[in-house]
Design a protein around this ligand. Structure first.
Ligand code: ADP
Ligand code: MG
Length: 253
C-alpha cells in the first residue's frame, strides 16, 4: 500500500537557518499521526511543506505516491507548474491555529467558497453539502452567522468544515486548539476524533496529549528539525527511548 505521506530525509532552511534537518516519517492511509515537540522544532514548517506553503530543499516528500512540488526524471528533480501544484494541493485540507476564516462571509459561505470557485460546483450543490458538513461539526444552527458572532471553538469547527468541503484525502492540523479558551478545546477535539474514526488520514501538531494518546496511531516527537522517535502512543508516551523525549514529556505531562 502506498503511504499517504512519506518523508525521506526532508530538509528545509530559511537562509542560513536549518529548520528541517532530515525528516523521515510515514503515514498510512486512514491513520492519524500526531506531531509533538518543543516550539521551534520545525513542526509547522514540516506541515507547510506537505501543503506546498514551503518548498523542500532536499530529500523527498510524497503525498499519496506523488512527489510534492517536483517531478522526478532520472535522478534529477524539476519544479512542477503552479497549476500542477494547485491540483496536488486541492486534495489536502489544512486547519490553522488562528482559524483564518473569511470574516465578511457567513459560516456557510466560508464552507462553499472553495468548492464553487476551485471545483466549479454549483451554488445549490455546494450549499447542500456545506449544510451537511456544518451539521457534522455541530453547527447547523450557525450557518448564517458571521465569524465575529461565533466562539473560537465554533470558528475552528467552521474551518474544519471548510477544509472538508474540498473532500481532501489528507487533513493537516497545526495546533488547532492552541488559541482556544480551555472550555472550548473539547468540542474541536471531538470533531477531530469523529473525523479520525471515520477514517480520515490526519497529521496533527498538538500539545493535547490526551487526544494524541487516544486518537493517534503514531506519535512522532520532533526536536531541532528531526524526528527523534516515533511509535505507538503507548511506546512514545509510556516508555520514551530518548532523553530528549523524556525531558519534553516531563515538562508537559
Ligand atoms: P514549530 O512549529 O515546531 O514551533 P516552526 O516550524 O514554526 O516550529 O519553526 C521552526 C524554526 O523556523 C523557528 O526557528 C522559526 O523561527 C523558523 N522559521 C519558520 N518559518 C520561517 C520563515 N518563513 N522564515 C524564517 N524563519 C522561519
Ligand atoms: Mg508551529
Amino acid at each position: 500500500m502506498t503511504p499517504m505521506v512519506r518523508a525521506e530525509q526532508v530538509c528545509k532552511s530559511f537562509g542560513s537557518l536549518r529548520v528541517l534537518k532530515g525528516i523521515d516519517i510515514e503515514v498510512d492511509a486512514g491513520e492519524v499521526l500526531c506531531l509533538v515537540g518543543p516550539s521551534g522544532s520545525g513542526k509547522s514548517t514540516f506541515l507547510r511543506c506537505i501543503n506546498h506553503l514551503e518548498r523542500v530543499d532536499a530529500g523527498r516528500l510524497y503525498v499519496d505516491g506523488d512527489l510534492v512540488g517536483y517531478r522526478e526524471k532520472g535522478d534529477k528533480l524539476y519544479e512542477i507548474s503552479p497549476k500542477h501544484a494547485a491540483r496536488q494541493r486541492r486534495d489536502i485540507g489544512m486547519v490553522f491555529q488562528h482559524f483564518n476564516l473569511f470574516l465578511h462571509r457567513t459560516a456557510l459561505e466560508n464552507v462553499i467558497e472553495a468548492p464553487m470557485l476551485v471545483k466549479g460546483e454549483s451554488r445549490a450543490e455546494a450549499t447542500a453539502r456545506g449544510r451537511d458538513l456544518l451539521q457534522k461539526v455541530g453547527l447547523s444552527a450557525k450557518a448564517d452567522a458571521y465569524p465575529a458572532q461565533l466562539s473560537g471553538g465554533q470558528q475552528q469547527r467552521v474551518a474544519i468544515a471548510r477544509a472538508l468541503a474540498m473532500e481532501p484525502k489528507l487533513m493537516l492540523f497545526d495546533e488547532p486548539t492552541s488559541a482556544l479558551d480551555p472550555e472550548l478545546v473539547g468540542e474541536v477535539l471531538g470533531v477531530m476524533r469523529d473525523l479520525a474514526d471515520a477514517g480520515m488520514t490526519m497529521v496533527v501538531v498538538t500539545h493535547e496529549m490526551g487526544f494524541a494518546r487516544e486518537v493517534a496511531d503514531t506519535i512522532a516527537f520532533m526536536d531541532d528539525g528531526v524526528v527523534v522517535e516515533a511509535g505507538r502512543p503507548s511506546e512514545v508516551l509510556g516508555a520514551p527511548r530518548h532523553q530528549r523525549t523524556q525531558d519534553f514529556l516531563s515538562k508537559i505531562l
